[in-house]
Structures are given as structure tokens and as C-alpha cells.
Design a protein around this ligand. Structure first.
Ligand code: ZN
Length: 322
């Protein structure tokens, strides 16, 4: 895995260097669309198709970051079903999951109430200083117009896709999972990263740990993470282990009166060093230390200062192959 992305990073920018996205049927009519390598701006999506008897409309879960990637996703859906995508679920507001919303022209976009606010506040692109040049394409911000607070069920024929707010600020303040109870498949959004560093700067460290308890409680046998390969519940333990690691570093740094940047620079990531985007540690520490200083979960903190520290730790723009 580590070898793979190092090779990609020296070869070229773009999806071509990473291999194609894969569409995998993880249960009957339930598909995971996984984009390698799951690093910054390269997310997973999914979709559920009905059959001609029970009703054939498609429910999709998340768009992607760029026009090119979202058009490829729509093509992949079209290879499986000739029926329209009538519902697009956003697991949260971040642009890697929502920039392409506008290309789902037949769909109503559904998300948490806070996700709608987040998308509305968003600008597509304009991030060259952080991520280098990205070809975002011709996209317009399109927020969810159907919002949920706690729970909403969307039916594909007779099959429910349960949308659950995760109950607390975690990765963001509006994280929703999509649960298929009969198939025991969970689309976890960015509550779960597989092979990449979890990122809770815009949410809460302790909230994310609580959210993972909620994720566990579904009893999923298959989890489609927001980034990285499809997995089982064992990956939840790995993510929780990392967040507890962040929490513990923050407690020590808070007691010692050192900054998130100083704490990050003296941290040995150990087993987590092999996960990509490791500079997220300092961003996560910004959130963790703010919480230790009394900032409520999900409250606004200085995101720009955190990204500046991530650039410092990384020694330049963040590795982005979107
Ligand atoms: Zn994401």
C-alpha cells in the first residue's frame, strides 16, 4: 500500500497514476465505488439499484470532488442500471463528497441539516495554496434540498436505505451514515478511513470516538468507508485507536503548554506512519486541544491556522492527486 502511493506520487498527478476506480457489488444490488488511493479529495461513493419488479430507481450515496471524477461515477452507475438516480445522499458537506452534486440532474439531494448549511457556505476550488493545482471542472455548488435531523428512510423498491445522523459532531457537524439492515452493509462516510489518516478538524475528537460506537452498534458485516478499500468492522477499531492516540497526545500537550505544531513535531506516529496524509495529525491536535480548552464539539475554530500547520509539517502543499 505504502509502496503503491509512493510510486504514484513520483509518477504523475491524476487518477491515471492511481489506477481506475472500481465498482464492487457488496450485496445484491448494492455497489461500492472505490477510488484509489483514498487520499485528499479522492473519496468513495456507493449506489443501490432496484429491480424491475420492485422499482428500479437508483439511490446514490455521495458525489465526488471534480467534474471528471463525478462523470466517471455516473458512467459506472450507468453500466449497472439504465434507471435514473432519483436520490443522492450526502454523508457530509465536504467538497470531495459534494462538489459533483450538480451533475446528478435527476436527483433530489438529501443530507443532514448541518450538511446543507456546510455545502451552502462552500466554494469549489480556490485551494491551490494548500493542494496545488486541481482540475475541478465546471461545477456549481448544489446543497441538499431535503434535510434530516435524526433519521430518514429512502426506499429502493421494497428495500430501505436508512439514513442516520450519527448523533454528535464527529468528522463534521452533519455526519450521516447509510445503513442497509437486511444486507448488513454500512456506508460510513468519513467516520471511517481505511488506510488513510482520519481527520476530525471540522468536528470533534471525542465526538468521533462516540460516533464509532454508534457505527459499531449497527453490526455491519461490510463497511464502505469514506476513503480506502471496502472493509469489515475491524477497521473501526483501527480508527478508534488512532483517535485515542490523538486524544492522549493532546492531553499531554495541553498539560505541558505546548502548541499543536510542537506536539505533532515530537510525536512518533509508530504504526500510523504508514497511513497516507499523516500531516492531518496536527490538524486533529488543533481540534483536540481546543476541546481540552473548553471549546464545544463542532464549534468554529481557526481552520486556517490548522491548515497552515499541516503545510508546515508536510513541508509544502499537501499531496493531492485529485
Ligand atoms: Zn472525504
Amino acid at each position: 500500500m505504502v509502496d503503491g502511493w509512493q510510486a504514484a506520487s513520483v509518477t504523475a498527478h491524476g487518477a491515471e497514476a492511481l489506477g481506475p476506480a472500481t465498482t464492487t457489488e457488496v450485496a445484491d444490488g448494492v455497489f461500492a465505488y472505490v477510488q484509489p488511493d483514498g487520499s485528499w479529495w479522492i473519496n468513495n461513493t456507493g449506489f443501490v439499484v432496484g429491480d424491475s419488479v420492485s422499482g428500479g430507481e437508483v439511490v446514490a450515496i455521495d458525489a465526488t470532488s471534480t467534474e471528471r471524477r463525478t462523470r466517471a461515477l455516473l458512467e459506472a452507475i450507468g453500466e449497472v442500471s439504465d434507471r435514473p438516480v432519483r436520490t443522492l445522499v450526502n454523508t457530509h458537506h465536504h467538497g470531495d463528497h459534494t462538489n459533483g452534486n450538480c451533475l446528478f440532474t435527476d436527483a433530489v439531494v438529501v443530507g443532514h441539516r448541518n450538511c446543507r448549511d456546510g455545502v451552502r457556505a462552500q466554494v469549489i476550488g480556490g485551494l491551490d495554496a494548500v493542494f496545488g493545482a486541481v482540475e475541478w471542472g465546471d461545477l456549481q455548488v448544489r446543497p441538499p434540498t431535503l434535510v434530516l435531523d435524526e433519521r430518514l428512510d429512502v426506499y429502493v423498491g421494497d428495500r430501505p436505505v436508512e439514513l442516520h445522523y450519527i448523533g454528535t459532531p464527529a468528522h463534521t457537524t452533519g455526519d450521516v451514515v447509510a445503513w442497509l439492515p437486511a444486507e448488513r452493509v454500512l456506508f460510513a462516510g468519513d467516520l471511517v478511513f481505511n488506510g488513510g489518516t482520519p481527520f476530525v478538524l471540522m468536528g470533534s475528537v471525542l465526538g468521533a470516538l462516540d460516533a464509532l460506537e454508534r457505527v459499531r452498534a449497527f453490526g455491519a458485516t461490510t463497511i464502505v468507508p469514506g476513503h480506502g478499500p471496502v472493509c469489515g468492522p475491524e477497521v473501526v477499531d483501527a480508527v478508534a485507536g488512532y483517535l485515542a492516540f490523538v486524544r492522549d497526545i493532546a492531553v499531554d500537550a495541553h498539560a505541558a503548554g505546548v502548541t499543536p505544531l510542537e506536539a505533532a513535531r515530537t510525536t512518533d506516529l509508530g504504526e500510523y506512519a504508514q497511513w497516507h496524509d499523516s500531516e492531518r495529525l496536527v490538524g486533529n491536535l488543533h481540534r483536540a486541544m481546543a476541546e481540552l480548552a473548553g471549546t464545544p464539539r463542532g464549534a468554529t475554530i481557526d481552520i486556517f491556522a490548522a491548515f497552515a500547520d499541516m503545510l508546515t509539517v508536510n513541508g509544502g502543499p499537501l499531496r493531492c492527486l485529485a
